[in-house]
Design a protein around this ligand. Structure first.
Ligand code: GLA
Ligand code: ZN
Length: 671
């Protein structure tokens, strides 16, 4: 990047002064408090369309110019948003086509946000005009550093314009209606189409059994959103601005395949709102899921730092129960993002709104307008710490391990009636494989099937149900060249259209794994099988497979049921590498033991040369010949870690061989 959006770590927030334009005292206070909190960047204008264009074609940018300039005078840079995340009322009333239509074919009325049609020519024209004008007006202001395109792109529209666009998209992809029938296996239940005009998206009261249709619809929604973002970007370019662009994403959000946005992005950014202190999960458990989300987002552009565009300094107001962060958690969770490669910590939002639906969402400044609150103190404390960590700017994790996670595979697994309609747990499985590495302090990417996999030494590819074009060949080459691959049950079963392969499973990889899978079966939620490996007994759950060795060595077998004695864990040497196959849903204990052994064999770099206690992890960021380590303790009690190789505390300069972490403590170190 672009890491040098600023020569400093960024500490910022969504700033919505358009809600306060009649309160100069508040605007004045904002600047004073921002300086006090160590804020050096703000995202401006995110939902400000009504203030920017109060009437059609009448642009009132004066206030924005004053705010940008005032921030600039006070050393704060601007990420300028395009306002397309919410439209003004006049537009919805005058041009109803900009409003989104649901899968029940009912068009929404004016209200809420993120609910416009991405196809509507009127919406696109209005967005283009305001974006271009913003770029012309502010694109070369010295304090404007980045375009924040829209806000959290997402959702789908079923209006006639979108349906027509979907049919055109299908026509381009398949050329003939018969090719669609073949790809979607429509002869089943006589769903054969004879004309493009008969193809509807998956409507509430319509087609749900044609899996190929559902997948293509989700691909179309992604393509249409990418196209919309391309259009937004073109508008700012046509307005003369060549500034880098980002769009704030949502981690494991399942409505879009984010990797398709990669070519449009200069920098990845995302909004992270973990449910810390939940009753269903320990903080360490929440930390694992959050870490995986950071790495998933980072993996969109794996060689670049990214930005934590939004987080809350205290609580949300939309979780079932919204809890404030306990003392220490703000520092820890913010530094977690930094540990995984973020060059920023930013908040939603700077100041709590007085009214409407987010008035109780945590913000840096609350309704009491004080700067001596606990939350403000936490934020200012982090600001101070970030200001001393400029050495980290531009460094990246560069892991040698990966857990393959593929959005289209996720859609396909969720949409397929199969062995466990009670939940296949693909994401949970991916995160469990990830956790086995995380708890050792081994960095990990989460690439999808389109990514370059040759850069890794170790790849876990659990539940690779769908094989997108070329993946079997890629994995074969990976193992051939010396990589270690772990595959699991429910892999290599269907192609991109969800058509089952008429071959042994896992398709195209039987000789690589040295096994073929003959049957799979679901297990009830509280049902387990067991397997014994290296004298330890492990539970296996969710789904099991009956596999036949075709050259692999059997390392362990199932203990229970009629298939007792059949392989549960196998390994096969192939080319210069090897491929493990786990024939059932493996829990964390088995994955932990297996991956610890493989990590040693492969010499996968651990952030700290030590055994890490439960709830403690560390991540690495590298730049040139410098290696930084961020150690984190997600327990509410202290941790003491004996390091086999001492390390230097970057912040104190002290040489450390007994690493002490306070409850929720975090330390930044350099190797
Ligand atoms: C999202 C949005 C913000 C705000 C926050 C609240 O991330 O982008 O505008 O609504 O959620 O958590
Ligand atoms: Zn539409």
């Amino acid at each position: 990047m672009q890491s040098s959006l600023l020569p400093h770590m960024l500490h910022g927030c969504d700033y919505n002064p358009d809600q306060w334009l009649d309160r100069p005292d508040i605007l004045e206070e904002d600047i004073q408090y921002m300086k006090k909190a160590g804020i050096n960047c703000v995202s401006l204008g995110i939902f400000a369309w009504a203030a920017l264009e109060p009437e059609e074609g009448v642009y009132t940018f004066g206030w924005l110019g004053e705010i940008i300039e005032n921030l600039h005078q006070n050393g704060i840079v601007t990420f300028l948003a395009t306002p397309s995340g919410a439209r003004p009322v006049w537009m919805a009333k005058k041009y109803p086509e900009v409003l989104r239509t649901g899968s029940d074919l009912v068009r929404g009325e004016m209200g809420d946000r993120h609910n416009h049609c991405y196809t509507s020519p009127v919406y696109r024209e209005k967005v283009y005009a305001v974006n271009k004008k913003l770029a012309e007006t502010f694109g070369s202001h010295p304090a404007v550093k980045l375009w924040h395109l829209s806000n959290e792109y997402g959702g789908e529209c079923f209006c006639p314009l979108c349906v027509a666009a979907f049919r055109r998209w299908l026509e381009t992809k398949y050329q003939t209606v018969n090719a669609v029938n073949d790809a979607w296996w429509t002869r089943f239940w006589s769903h054969t189409y004879t004309d493009w005009s008969q193809i509807d998206p998956p409507l509430t009261r319509g087609e749900h059994c044609t899996q190929g249709l559902k997948l293509d619809w989700m691909r179309f929604v992604t393509a249409q959103t990418v196209d919309f973002m391309t259009w937004e970007k073109k508008a700012v370019r046509d307005g003369g601005s060549s500034l880098p662009v980002t769009a704030n994403f949502m981690g494991f959000y399942d409505g879009l395949n984010y990797s398709k946005f990669a070519p449009l992005l200069d920098v990845v950014s995302w909004d992270s709102y973990p449910s810390w202190h939940s009753d269903a999960e320990t903080d360490a458990g929440v930390a694992v899921h959050t870490a995986a989300s950071h790495d998933l987002m980072r993996s969109i552009l794996p060689d670049k730092p990214w930005l934590l565009m939004e987080s809350t300094p205290s609580c949300t107001n939309w979780q079932p129960v919204s809890k404030v962060k306990r003392p220490g958690m703000h520092m820890l969770s913010s530094m977690q993002a930094v540990a995984h490669g973020s060059d920023s910590v930013q908040y939603f939002q700077w100041r709590k709104s007085r009214g409407s639906c987010e008035k109780f969402h945590g913000a840096v400044v609350s309704h009491d307008r004080r700067s001596d609150t606990r939350v403000f103190g936490d934020v200012a404390g982090l600001g101070k710490r970030l200001a001393s960590l400029d050495a980290l700017i531009g460094s990246v994790p560069r892991p040698q391990a990966a857990v393959l996670y593929d959005r289209e595979n996720d859609w396909a697994i969720k949409g397929s009636a199969g062995p466990r309609n009670a939940g296949m747990g693909y994401q949970e499985t991916v995160v469990r494989h990830y956790q086995a590495l995380w708890q050792m302090g081994i960095g990990c990417d989460l690439p999808d099937m389109e990514a370059d996999l040759s850069r890794y030494a170790f790849i876990a590819a659990p539940m690779l149900y769908m094989q997108r074009a070329g993946i079997a060949e890629k994995l074969r080459r990976f193992v051939e060249n010396g990589g270690v691959l772990v595959g699991t049950c429910f892999s290599g079963l269907v192609d991109e259209n969800d058509l089952c392969f008429l071959s042994d499973a896992p398709n195209g990889l039987v000789d690589v794994f040295g096994v073929r899978a003959e049957e799979f079966s679901g297990l009830y939620d509280n049902e387990f099988n067991h397997t014994i490996w290296s004298d330890r007994c492990y539970a296996m759950s969710s789904i099991i497979e009956l596999v036949r060795p075709e050259g692999a060595s059997v390392l362990a077998a199932f203990e229970n049921d009629f298939y007792r004695g059949e392989p549960s864990l196998t390994v096969n040497h192939y080319g210069k590498g090897k491929a493990y196959y786990i024939a059932g849903g493996a829990g964390l204990p088995l994955l932990s033991d297996l991956y610890a052994q493989l990590a040693d064999e492969l010499n996968l770099p651990r952030a700290l040369d030590a055994e890490l206690p439960e709830g403690v992890t560390a991540q690495t960021r590298m730049k040139g010949d410098r290696t930084f380590v961020v150690a984190q303790n997600y327990q509410q009690y202290p941790a003491r870690i004996h390091l086999h190789t001492p390390i230097r505390d970057l912040e104190t300069g002290e040489e450390v061989s007994l690493l002490e972490l306070s409850p929720y403590g975090v330390r930044v170190l350099e190797k």
